[in-house]
Write a protein that binds this ligand. Structure first.
Ligand SMILES: *[C@@H]1O[C@H](CO)[C@@H](O)[C@H](O)[C@H]1NC(C)=O
Ligand SMILES: *[C@@H]1O[C@H](CO)[C@@H](O)[C@H](O)[C@H]1NC(C)=O
Ligand SMILES: *[C@@H]1O[C@H](CO)[C@@H](O)[C@H](O)[C@H]1NC(C)=O
Ligand SMILES: *[C@@H]1O[C@H](CO)[C@@H](O)[C@H](O)[C@H]1NC(C)=O
Ligand SMILES: *[C@@H]1O[C@H](CO)[C@@H](O)[C@H](O)[C@H]1NC(C)=O
Ligand SMILES: *[C@@H]1O[C@H](CO)[C@@H](O)[C@H](O)[C@H]1NC(C)=O
Ligand SMILES: *[C@@H]1O[C@H](CO)[C@@H](O)[C@H](O)[C@H]1NC(C)=O
Length: 511
């Protein structure tokens, strides 16, 4: 009964949070790779051992622990604003001959999938407002380096439903955003990476979801060209790269305030960075959860509050448990020196009018993370254009969530190099303009097919107003106000259900 109640609460919540939802709940999918035996027995062709050896030999040829690796097209990431659901994207090349994909980067999920042998995919052309070329489709049959992953592979989670252990492994991932899923077959193929130190091209065999059918948000302008899951799961690209010994078990994402950024595999950050531990759930590290133990607005730090939060680059905005949200928002409102405005059109509750020439000082927000670490939010507001000439509107870019688990979305990570140090099970952060990571990470090993060093939409022209969002969609038929950016697959949902169930049960039995 509580489960049902929860479900409806959650669905209701999603519905209410029109703009940026993205909490990343869901169901089984991830945590049931059978820990298949490896053993030293001679490997039959097609057996898990065979593939393991294959991977090992591929990697053996280039075995070397690089300090950092990044996609062969460069470490740059891009946020196209409202056009592509406010997520960060990067270009990756896969297969032989290689095909490029503009994939969304999602720390909240594991699988790397791309549109492939499409039965139902998002339109791959018509993005010329934001991109200067059409998006790619993957055809494993045309790639000399592709192999279907067999059902008996340890990373084939739906293996038990296969009729034949040799058949290609099917997958379905349901994401938290309503009706949003990707399904198809798992394939192993080459992902091209580059190393800044060695100036070499690294061919990494990874597992790719050949996404034949997408639904929901994925047909509506979110991740139309695929999603790169960066989670803890064994099937994720960071996990595969670390297991194969190419890099340390860590990666970083850097977020510039002009909506561009960087991704570096193997990056463990600076010795001087701050850090906070990741928290396990039932003894397992399934996703990037940290503990928040307080907040400050300017110098005022109300008493202790404790909540756990997902750190999720696949979430455009930030969600706080409702009681925390109210305290943060009220304190912000008390300290901001501007007149509040109320609008039905806005997805944000605390909005203020200001003169663009004389922006009031925005009281800084600091999150206190375990233990006694300060995470100073560079930019807690979102600027909207105003219908009134000569004025701008800014809003506190936080949303309330009915859940006890918060989500720290990419908007709070602006100005930071965020290090997902999976080896030491901690989140690290340090101020960065992202260019300081750059030295050689911008070298391209092959001439880039097109110039994309600049974000096509300069920050101040980003379609940030509810008004302009009606004009911007590059994808026909997308409702501009419902931008589910959620992208975490099922496992997280379960996690959240569980986390939520506990407090609810307490409330119920207490009454
Ligand atoms: C991931 O792989 C390791 C061994 O490679 C195994 O011990 C672990 O159980 C796997 N994790 C999951 C969630 O399957
Ligand atoms: C991708 O393919 C092009 C042309 O076939 C080739 O020149 C380039 O080197 C390839 N990129 C990588 C990273 O192998
Ligand atoms: C999800 O699918 C169900 C059943 O097809 C439909 O009733 C519902 O409106 C869909 N929700 C969204 C947000 O599209
Ligand atoms: C608040 O704003 C007004 C007008 O913009 C300004 O005159 C005043 O000095 C500000 N007060 C503080 C405390 O910043
Ligand atoms: C954290 O800070 C509080 C207050 O400043 C202090 O009482 C406490 O001892 C600190 N805890 C640790 C582990 O440093
Ligand atoms: C808002 O949208 C209307 C109609 O699309 C347009 O005429 C108007 O110029 C827009 N206002 C701003 C500030 O973009
Ligand atoms: C970049 O280059 C500068 C000067 O050449 C050097 O001091 C710095 O350590 C380099 N940074 C990285 C990340 O390699």
């Amino acid at each position: 009964m509580s489960a049902l109640l929860f479900l409806s609460l959650l669905l209701g919540a999603c519905f209410l949070i029109r703009n940026a939802d993205s909490l990343t709940l869901s169901s089984p999918m991830i945590h049931r790779f059978s820990a298949a035996a490896s053993g030293d027995s001679p490997a039959r062709k097609g057996s898990p051992e065979y593939y393991k050896l294959l991977v090992r030999s591929d990697v053996g040829r280039q075995k070397r622990r690089y300090r950092t690796l990044f996609p062969s097209e460069g470490s740059e990431t891009f946020n196209f604003g409202n056009d592509l659901g406010w997520l960060h994207y990067t270009w990756v090349d896969i297969g032989t001959p290689n095909v490029s994909f503009l994939v969304a980067l999602d720390a909240g999920s594991d699988l790397f999938w791309v549109p492939c042998d499409c039965i139902q995919c998002a339109p791959l052309s018509g993005y010329h407002g934001s991109l200067d070329k059409d998006l790619g489709m993957y055809r494993p049959a045309e790639s000399r380096t592709s192999r279907h992953l067999p059902c008996n592979h340890e990373l084939c989670s739906s293996g038990s439903s296969c009729n034949n252990p040799k058949q290609a492994c099917p997958y379905t991932v349901n994401y938290y955003s309503e009706n949003t899923s990707s399904s198809g077959l798992l394939v192993e193929d080459t992902l091209y990476l580059a190393s800044s130190e060695e100036r070499t091209s690294v061919h990494a065999p990874v597992i790719i979801g050949c996404g034949k059918r997408q639904s929901g948000g994925y047909l509506d302008g979110i991740a139309p060209d695929g999603l790169l899951g960066l989670g803890f799961g064994n099937i994720s690209v960071p996990s595969i790269l670390a297991r194969s010994g190419l890099v340390q078990n860590s990666f970083s994402m850097c977020f510039r305030d002009d909506d561009s950024g960087r991704i570096l595999f193997g990056d463990q950050g600076l010795p001087t960075q701050q850090s906070t531990p990741f928290l396990p759930w039932e003894g397992k590290y399934l996703t990037y959860i940290i503990e928040v133990e307080g907040f400050c607005i300017k110098n005022l730090c109300p008493g202790k509050i404790n909540f756990q939060a997902l750190v999720d680059s696949g979430s455009s905005f930030t969600f706080l448990p409702d009681d925390v949200y109210k305290r943060v928002a009220l304190e912000f409102d008390r300290q901001v020196n501007a007149s509040r405005i109320f609008s039905d059109e806005s997805d944000w509750e605390y909005c203020y009018k200001a003169s663009p020439l004389k922006m009031p000082e925005v009281p800084p927000l600091t999150l206190k993370l375990v233990v006694n670490k300060s995470f100073v939010v560079t930019n807690p507001i979102i600027l909207l254009s105003s219908k009134e000439e000569g004025s701008v509107v800014f809003c506190l870019a936080l949303q309330s969530s009915p859940e006890s688990l918060g989500t720290i979305g990419q908007n709070l990570m602006t100005g930071y190099r965020m290090v997902f140090d999976r080896e030491n099970l901690k989140l690290g952060w340090s101020h960065s303009n992202c260019r300081d990571l750059d030295n050689s990470s911008t070298i391209t090993l092959s001439p880039p097919p097109h110039d994309r060093t600049e974000n096509p939409l300069p920050t101040d022209e980003q379609p940030r107003s509810p008004n302009s969002s009606a004009v911007s969609p590059a994808v026909a038929g997308r409702a501009p106000t419902s931008i589910p950016s959620a992208s975490s697959p099922q496992v997280v949902a379960q996690l959240v259900f569980l986390l939520l169930l506990a407090p609810l049960a307490v409330i119920i039995s207490g009454e």
